[in-house]
Design a protein around this ligand. Sequence first.
Ligand code: SF4
Ligand code: SF4
Ligand code: SF4
Ligand code: FES
Length: 949
Amino acid sequence: MSTSTWRDLGTPKRKSEVFVDLIVDGVEVSVPEGTSVMRAASEAGLSIPKLCATESLEAFGSCRLCLVEIEGRRGYPASCTTPVEAGMVVRTQTSKLAKLRREVMELYISDHPLDCLTCSANGNCELQDMAGAVGLREVRYGFEGKNHLDAPKDESNPYFTFDASKCIVCSRCVRACEETQGTFALTIDSRGFVSSVSAGQKESFLESECVSCGACVAACPTATLMEKSVVEQGQPDRSVITTCAYCGVGCSFKAEVKGNDVVRMVPDFDGKANRGHSCVKGRFAFGYATHKDRITKPMIRENISDPWREVSWDEAISHAASEFKRIQEKYGKGSVGGITSSRCTNEETYLVQKLIRAAFGNNNVDTCARVCHSPTGYGLKTTLGESAGTQDFDSVMDMDVAIVIGANPTDGHPVFASRLKKRLRQGAKLVVVDPRKIDLVDGPHVKASHHLKLRPGTNVAIVNSIAHVIYTEGLHDKQFIQERCEKADFDKWVGFISQEKNSPESLEEVTGVPAAEVRAAARLYAGCRNGAIYYGLGVTEHSQGSTMVMGIANLAMLTGNIGRPGVGVNPLRGQNNVQGACDMGSFPHELPGYRHLSDSVTRELFESEWNVSINPEPGFRIPNMLDAAHSNEFMGIYVQGEDIAQSDPNTQHVTSALEAMECVVVQDIFLNETAKFAHVFLPGASFLEKDGTFTNAERRISRVRKVMDPLSGKADWEVTVMLSNALGYPMNYTHPSQVMDEIARLTPTFTGVSYKKLDEGSIQWPCNEVSPDGTPVMHTVDFTRGLGKFMVTEYVPTNERSSRKFPLILTTGRILSQYNVGAQTRRTENVVWFDEDRLEIHPSDAEMRGISTDDWVGIRSRAGETVLRARVTERVQPGVVYTTFHFPESGANVITTDNSDWATNCPEYKVTAVEVEPVTQPAEWQKKFREFSEEQLNHLAKAGEAERV
Ligand code: SF4
Ligand code: SF4
Ligand code: SF4
Ligand code: FES
């Protein structure tokens, strides 16, 4: 199934054990208590005309088009706002109702431009449909009287237009902004005839609080709020259901296409991760896929100081293969390796690690999770037995208290944030643990009960002090611990956690958080019915990242908040397929399904399927590859869809390692920062150009479907297959579904997964004989490892400390409109909202240094120096500065250090001691960067010359 089955039933679904029977137009219907008459009729297959009602929003009852007759009741109640009652007899189609509805429609149409034939919504307009449905043939009123036909258009948003002349003031947009998105950017101004929709305080959409999620546009029944792409390109003629390729929420979209062009991306109401919602990136920022910077021809060159030369696929592949073979002959089998991509599909990632293990014959494979959530894998595997989050996103609607630690969901995981905010508006409570005042701390109709504003680097101290309070105050779930956890480990942990050194009072000095605030937050979490923990890179990207993940798992087990809806440990994973990349065996020590290489039974299984012998020794991690390049031990790399030169710490160390290598092969859609050091460039395909699957943060495997042909002629998996064949290891796949079948054969958690099954809808792994329909909530009866394991989590301060020379702590994060290294979003209109990385600094630190907003400031750490413009703000606390890392020239990673998590080598991005001072010119690194980039762009410009001559 590649088209959505969703039909708008008019009002939201109600959950109730009690069912109510009624009769609608002679049909007996049974629906949950609280259901509207409109929905009951829709469920019976009937259709009542409507304009202001839609299934995703609470009914409002303003348009009066949905009137019905109910036996025994006077008048004509609106079916959208009338709840069903037992024994009701409803009539939806009578001549009286038809007349009333025609009159209502007549009034609407008399104040609406009659330009249907030239309107961009023609053929996809509910007003037009309803005029037809009620049989309106003539309008008795002219346009002479007062009307809104001259109302101005607001074109300020880059992606959609607001044409007030077409507005019927149904308020669906206002309610969508409130209920679905939770931003409250829109209002209805005034009353009666003069009422109108207004963004913010009568501002333009762009100036208002609007975050361009598109919920209002999707909700609008007319052409008032309309995607500019539809206005320009016309209505689409086909659609394909696929999955967003930006963040780990994994929203499902209907890609609407005309010819070979995507006209718009519409969030899919059948999508289980997003339930019909989206954010500005997935909804609108897809133009990068056809941006002029896309490279569509393979290229090679001898040295990075040479111009590129466009070549055929065959030449590029055989050159890359012969280089890898030459390097292995000269430097040894282990001198080459590769990096899989968390942007690519599961199937593509699986093939890259297979190529490395089978064709290169070593285990030198790693992935970007190394620099983000590798501690999640380690920490959760150790404590709970599975390297993944425990819940589905729907679970948040059953949560009573959420602790959000080191995550900024409104920017990083916006669609999840909207659901979290919805639950908070229903009365659930929130604790935020973050050095910075993120939007959730105090937003529209959402306020955190506690903001534990800790010093960067003291996470473990905070989690220990929370656990200390819960245990010493006897708030723990004794029965859960006794039945579900290892006793000896728990006893050992109790001996540790109950020590006075872990009390909030003892740690107050370390964390900077008042003890009373920690105690209150701990009591809130321990005392609620369902407590859920959500966390992000602010937990993992620390020298104690793995310790902190284990501390979080301890907290959940301590309070029995595991194994049912509304609770759990929920890592908000960054990239669209970082969960999948880890599942697919991208780490140097694990085969797919997180099975260690040393496990001979698993190894033999793969050996017999792959027909090779697999080296039982783990290979290099990314940092080891880079170090080994500096000592001539690692000289060739295949990088698929990853930009280590921008995203990994200590940029200069990374780029000098790439320079030291003899063959760097980069497969990407753009000439990214890593590709500037490459010898072979293999053009990649965007998510719109291929089939496959992504696995999101809730372990949900969703189909990615080809919407248009690959611009280079090849999907990424085809290129890996060609390279493997050229290396002498045959791969014979003709479709990614065959790769998934192989994964399912070899991986117990994927046994039941196939493209056929996925066509019925997305599935959360494990999906096997035990759970044929997947597993929304894990560890319900037992933990994957049997009994839960409490781990002692001693707080060890990071080596990276502030000093007189480096008195401030720099921490990093994301912004809503940009994504990761920005390679995609920088090539879209999203730059309207954010076009440069800034340094946030507290007013007191700024004043001390003579810094004002917009000033250029130099940021110096022990690793390097860069220059950014400042933004003076109280969002950060004194002593802490903050920046994003979306623009390569910002060089955020020039200053981050080599410190990393003790267990996984995940870099300590979140703590860098720095000094900041006003400057007048770019840093030395930035000058060199500009020069080098310009040179590389010149080399690229020459790529097609040979062919053109
Ligand atoms: S803009 Fe659209 S959704 Fe909003 S009130 Fe007007 S017609 Fe209704
Ligand atoms: S785009 Fe989203 S945030 Fe902006 S007004 Fe519409 S619903 Fe609100
Ligand atoms: S929340 Fe994430 S997955 Fe959903 S549309 Fe936005 S970027 Fe895409
Ligand atoms: S649809 Fe019921 S009043 Fe508008």
